[in-house]
Design a protein around this ligand. Sequence first.
Ligand SMILES: NC(=O)c1ccc[n+]([C@@H]2O[C@H](COP(=O)([O-])OP(=O)(O)OC[C@H]3O[C@@H](n4cnc5c(N)ncnc54)[C@H](OP(=O)(O)O)[C@@H]3O)[C@@H](O)[C@H]2O)c1
Length: 137
Amino acid sequence: MKNTYNIGIIGSGSIGGLLAKFWADAGHNILFSSRNPEKLKSLINDMGTNAKTGSVQEAAEFGDIVLLAVNYQSVNEALRTIGNRLDNKIAIDATNPLGYDDKGKLYRMIPEDITAGEFMAERLPKTKLIKSFTTLW
Ligand SMILES: NC(=O)c1ccc[n+]([C@@H]2O[C@H](COP(=O)([O-])OP(=O)(O)OC[C@H]3O[C@@H](n4cnc5c(N)ncnc54)[C@H](OP(=O)(O)O)[C@@H]3O)[C@@H](O)[C@H]2O)c1
């Protein structure tokens, strides 16, 4: 087992950005991704040399472990961008299948008869998928 991992972050927002800062502080190598990676420069300014930015595809390829933390409306688009790059890798899925309706009320975005973990596992059948960090207030 290694002590230092390459961790790709797909969804470098509130949860992805925060988790990755802890992992970078612990010495892991982080690639923060965005659809517009240049906007992440300020995020890594005060971090060590073990953090860099790149595209979503680069994060998927870079990671021994990849964190999925995009907002749920974008999950399908993000998975299309990722393609088969997570095959045989470990991915941590922090997404919650929740959206807001036009009155600002939270609603469940997937059918009642399937869990969010099952829903993602069906889309990433060759990935070692871990569902975690999905705490809600
Ligand atoms: N915030 C929390 O405390 C928390 C806790 C537990 C779980 N969660 C879950 O984690 C997920 C993310 O929440 P968040 O609060 O971190 O959201 P957020 O701050 O809005 O960040 C979402 C990130 O997703 C990226 N993104 C959007 N569309 C994308 C696409 N098509 N391809 C690749 N990246 C895309 C965005 O990056 P770019 O726009 O730069 O591409 C953005 O940085 C949600 O499912 C949420 O339910 C959040």
